[in-house]
Design a protein around this ligand. Structure first.
Ligand code: B12
Length: 212
């Protein structure tokens, strides 16, 4: 376990985070493990924010450091083909967190999915348009704010009202979401990591829920 990386992230020491990420890569530590350390560190940032030891500026900095580290990690991951077809993803409206969503994108791309990223603060209409435009079979909705769970629910209801619900699997993810959230919002599955997302989507492909 790289206590050094967890602590450097929690302390917002960008130079040390970057140096340690490079060090772990050079020691062939798996990328997912490194992301796990970064996530543990940023989790501490979140806790300190809750405890009012950190403020908004620290949250912003932590997101930037994570993005810089992700860039370096992303360069080590070979890009794949798009043989499994299109995966549409976006962060639900009201929410602008995108660090985790972007990690999912990198892993999905490198595992042979073509990713259509709708960005952050995405309203239901954009998801619906994208499902129609790309004939998507799996849609991912990212949500890190508990007060946006209702927006996710509304979005899934809107997809249903548009007559598209039976055509797509809807996956949700983001720090606070769990099985209970999944049930509440009416999604098909929740994935806690990028790797789980890849596995779930590949399983859909193997079960011949063709993505193409
Ligand atoms: C960085 C950060 C920010 C940055 C975001 C920068 C960015 N570009 O994303 C900024 C400064 C903008 C921010 C703002 C706010 N934040 Co903020 N933020 C965080 C923090 C510290 C880290 C989030 C993060 O990047 N995690 C790392 C990534 C890698 O993890 P992840 O997103 O969970 O992703 C993984 C999985 O969940 C999954 N996944 C993610 N998305 C998806 C999608 C799909 C489809 C799937 C399948 C999987 C999947 O895969 C990823 C890789 O494993 C968290 C604390 C925490 N513990 O998460 C608070 C936190 C989420 N924020 C919080 C709050 C309150 C806010 C603000 C409301 C603060 C304010 N007063 O304004 C605003 C809201 C702004 C808005 N409207 O969205 C709270 C939310 C509390 C709650 N109960 O809802 C948290 C939990 C902090 C806390 N403990 O209080 N924040």
């Amino acid at each position: 376990m790289s206590k050094k990386l967890v602590e450097a992230m929690a302390e917002l020491n960008e130079d040390l985070v970057i140096a340690e990420v490079k060090n772990l890569i050079s020691r062939n530590i798996p990328v997912l493990k490194i992301i796990g350390y970064l996530q543990e560190g940023i989790g501490i940032v979140g806790k300190r924010f809750e405890e009012k030891k950190y403020f908004m500026s620290e949250l912003i900095i932590s997101g930037e450091i994570f993005k810089e580290a992700s860039k370096i990690l992303g360069e080590t991951i070979p890009s794949g083909t798009s043989k499994y077809g299109i995966f549409v993803i976006g962060t639900i409206y009201g929410d602008i967190h995108d660090v985790g969503k972007n990690i999912v994108n990198t892993f999905m791309s490198s595992n042979d999915f073509e990713v259509v990223d709708l960005g952050v603060d995405v309203p239901p209409e954009r998801f619906i348009e994208a499902i129609k435009q790309y004939k998507a079979k799996v849609v991912g909705i990212s949500c890190l704010l508990t007060n946006c769970f209702d927006n996710v629910k509304e979005c899934i209801q809107a997809i249903e009202d548009a007559g598209l619900r039976k055509e797509v699997k809807i996956l949700i993810g983001g720090g606070p979401v769990d099985e209970g959230t999944c049930k509440y919002v009416g999604a098909d599955a929740v994935c806690k990591t990028a790797q789980q997302t890849v596995e779930y989507c590949k399983e859909c492909a193997y079960l011949s829920i063709s993505f193409i």
